[in-house]
Ligand binder design. Structure first.
Ligand code: PEP
Ligand code: MG
Length: 326
């Protein structure tokens, strides 16, 4: 496989009928560099900043964060890096910031926590901006957005941090980062128009979107059988999102686990998604499937999948298409 991958290196990733697909990486830690060159990725679609926060015994200082983020931006300087602001709470507690909640997944997580802590949020944004000096590949992503007010507040603080850092470095032009919002709380599917003017891109988090759309805890073994992104309702939601994003003229990518699953990737491509971000170990497989699929066949498959009544039926339809691709 390694040999095959090497032979394919540097070629665009596209379907048999020429639909180009951007493959990107989800990362939380820095990766070995020589290994990266083989992946044919166009950048990092999701850098989870909570991982370095979890590895500290206290909040990392602004300078410590600058160093961490600069490494990531440098390592992937050939492409864009989407850095998500701290997304703790839910299943990701910080040991030094205890939260006791009966419903942590419906509680104080992601942007809700950081907007209540401008001290944490501003320091993080300042660190990202400082790390981006001399580079031009920083994108900032806001997790768990539930309403337009949060977007207003977060973008206001990003502007504040930008002016602060720009003033401190008057000798250079500070690159302006693109700012995006995660679509993972179902309500936002119906509010995309309300925030589109304030942001540059959307990114779909299928893990939480599935959890909240189906009201199934993504980590509870007892209901694990109900957590299924192939549920026809999830497919309809994903289809609506891409249609709305197109109408609004905003780019949208997918960074949830579904993008790294063979069946999920082909469903997303059939819907019209062209940027998929995934864990490094799934990239080879997804690239291979893309290169052995025809977009027109995938679109026909999607028609059938959307007519299915159950996730099981969707899975059967998708598996058949994957088998035909080899
Ligand atoms: C998601 O919710 O799909 C996502 C990508 O974010 P996380 O898994 O980190 O919550
Ligand atoms: Mg999420």
């Amino acid at each position: 496989l390694r040999q095959k991958v090497e032979q394919a290196r540097g070629r665009p990733v596209e379907t048999l009928d020429g639909t180009p697909i951007n493959l990107q990486l989800n990362v939380g830690l820095n990766l070995e560099r020589d290994w990266l060159d083989e992946l044919d990725i166009t950048g990092v679609g999701l850098y989870r900043t909570e991982i370095p926060f979890m590895m500290h015994e206290r909040l990392p200082t602004e300078d410590e964060q600058v160093e961490i983020y600069a490494q990531v931006l440098e390592q992937f300087k050939a492409g864009t890096v989407v850095m998500r602001t701290l997304d703790v709470g839910g299943d990701k507690p910080l040991p030094y910031l205890p939260m006791q909640e009966e419903n942590p997944f419906l509680g104080w997580r992601g942007i809700r926590m950081t907007l209540d802590h401008p001290d944490i949020f501003l320091v993080q944004i300042r660190a990202m901006l400082r790390a981006s000096i001399g580079r031009d590949n920083l994108h900032i992503l806001l997790p768990m957005i539930t309403n337009a007010d949060e977007v207003d507040e977060a973008t206001r603080m990003i502007k504040q941090a930008y002016y602060e850092v720009a003033e401190e470095h008057a000798e250079i032009t500070l690159p302006v980062p693109q700012v995006g919002v995660m679509l993972e709380v179902p309500a936002m599917i119906y509010q995309m128009h309300a925030i589109a003017d304030k942001i540059d891109f959307f990114s779909v988090g299928t893990n939480d979107l599935t959890q909240y759309l189906l009201a199934v805890d993504r980590n509870n073994q007892r209901v694990a059988g109900l957590f299924d992104a192939f549920h026809p309702a999830v497919l309809y939601a994903l289809k609506q999102i891409i249609e709305r994003a197109k109408t609004l003229g905003k780019p949208v990518s997918v960074c949830g686990e579904l993008a790294g699953e063979p069946g999920g990737a082909i469903l997303l491509i059939a819907m019209g998604y062209r940027t998929l971000s995934m864990n490094s170990y799934t990239v080879d497989r997804i690239r291979w499937i893309i290169r052995h699929s025809r977009t027109s066949d995938l679109e026909a498959m999607l028609e059938r999948a959307l007519a299915a009544r159950t996730a099981q039926e969707v899975r059967k339809i998708v598996t058949l298409t994957l088998e035909q691709a080899g």
